[in-house]
Design a protein around this ligand. Structure first.
Ligand SMILES: CC(=O)SCCNC(=O)CCNC(=O)[C@H](O)C(C)(C)COP(=O)(O)OP(=O)(O)OC[C@H]1O[C@@H](n2cnc3c(N)ncnc32)[C@H](O)[C@@H]1OP(=O)(O)O
Length: 157
């Protein structure tokens, strides 16, 4: 399905939107996803109204990914729901732990952000470019860095 999506020319945004709606578990009104988009299932991704994902959005949605309204995703941003063991033996045994990712309303994940398994991001949050999110993030903040930490609070208006 990802390959099918990525063959649609960027100039044919109506076709991109229709295919994205086939792929996703659910989507609200006003949906824009650019190529290349990569994912495991697609059906485990749920997005709200006014969703925009820029180029090269990768989602390892073995687990559920829930995204609220008015969320923008910058280019080359990744969301993962799968962890593997830190022990060599665990990885030899191909073990995996699946944890959901939840993103609130009015969130901007900037370019080259990585969101790790099990994370919940609140409402009205900006995750600065290049950040790696390993902890939950509260409402109304800008976070930056690896690991992402609050750099300042932000108002809604
Ligand atoms: C759909 C799309 O997204 S397409 C467009 C893609 N565009 C991008 O990805 C652009 C991303 N922009 C950024 O990351 C910007 O730095 C923003 C939006 C987070 C800046 O927000 P501002 O409110 O202007 O933050 P400001 O520049 O005041 O920085 C606040 C603090 O965070 C730090 N900071 C800001 N961005 C980053 C970053 N990417 N990584 C690390 N630290 C950062 C600053 O150094 C500053 O720290 P200091 O107070 O110790 O100096």
């Amino acid at each position: 399905m990802a390959q099918e999506f990525n063959t649609i020319p960027e100039t044919e945004s109506d076709k991109q939107e229709a295919k994205a709606r086939e792929i996703l578990g659910s989507a609200g009104k006003n949906l824009v996803i650019h190529s290349d988009w990569k994912f495991d299932n697609g059906k485990n991704i749920h997005v709200g109204d006014n969703f925009l994902a820029n180029y090269n959005w990768t989602v390892l949605d073995v687990g559920k990914v829930t995204i609220g309204d008015n969320v923008w995703i910058g280019p080359n941003t990744d969301i993962y729901t799968v962890n593997h063991p830190v022990t060599a033996m665990g990885r030899r045994d191909h073990l995996a732990k699946v944890l959901p990712v939840t993103i609130g309303n009015d969130v901007w994940l900037c370019g080259k952000v990585t969101v790790c398994p099990g994370v919940t991001i609140g409402n009205n949050v900006v995750v600065a470019a290049g950040s790696v999110v390993i902890h939950d993030i509260p409402d109304n903040v800008i976070v930056a860095g690896n690991p992402a930490r609050m750099v300042k609070k932000v108002d809604f208006e």
